[in-house]
Design a protein around this ligand. Structure first.
Ligand code: HEC
Length: 158
């Protein structure tokens, strides 16, 4: 790669890192990745959920409700794997720079229920995409699923 181009690539990568804030640098490997990596990944998934909600809001404001399909699928995909990320609390991994939140160890059945609710509400959102008013209403149900889970499982770092 020529030096000018590679500088541009590095600069672009740095801009993406800054824009995303919390960034997980590793891919999780079962039985190998340390707890701090698992925590970094679950926070990254959550921050991505937030970005999806914002993107959906902007699309609805722009009267493009059909375009929320990819956001709904992205959040549903995260919901499908969430329980794997909450098997252990990893209290020693906190506090994480840039975040005031932690995971409060919760029985797996409750984690599963919370993840399934988010998955179901996101699938409904995908199915309603294109119908502006229904999509906007369903977005509130998706947010309720986020809030339910946070009330039970998320805590502030002291
Ligand atoms: C299965 C439960 C569950 C669901 C569903 C869920 N969250 Fe979370 N969320 C958590 C937990 C637990 C934490 C704290 C994780 C940690 O600190 O390790 C968290 C953290 C967060 C954070 C803070 C990240 C940080 O540390 O700065 C954001 C933002 C967030 N969630 C957004 C969302 C949004 C948006 C949705 C819905 C689209 C959602 N979450 C759905 C459990 C959930």
């Amino acid at each position: 790669m020529n030096p000018k181009l590679s500088f541009a690539v590095v600069a672009a990568a740095a801009a993406v890192l800054l824009a995303t804030g919390l960034f997980a640098e590793t891919t999780l490997v079962p039985g190998v990745s340390p707890g701090k990596d698992v925590v970094a990944v679950r926070k990254y998934v959550m921050v991505t959920n937030n970005a999806n909600l914002r993107d959906i809001r902007l699309k609805l404001e722009a009267k493009k409700s059909l375009d929320v399909v990819s956001n709904g699928r992205s959040m549903a995909a995260s919901a499908m794997i969430l329980p794997f990320l909450f098997v252990d609390a990893y209290p020693d991994a906190y506090p994480v720079p840039g975040s005031n939140y932690a995971y409060k160890a919760t029985p797996m059945a409750e984690v599963q229920a919370g993840a399934e609710l988010l998955n179901a509400q996101c699938q409904k959102l995908v199915n309603l995409a294109g119908q502006a008013a229904e999509t906007a209403k369903q977005l509130d149900r998706v947010k309720d699923a986020c809030r339910d889970c946070h009330a039970k499982m998320r805590t502030d770092v002291k």
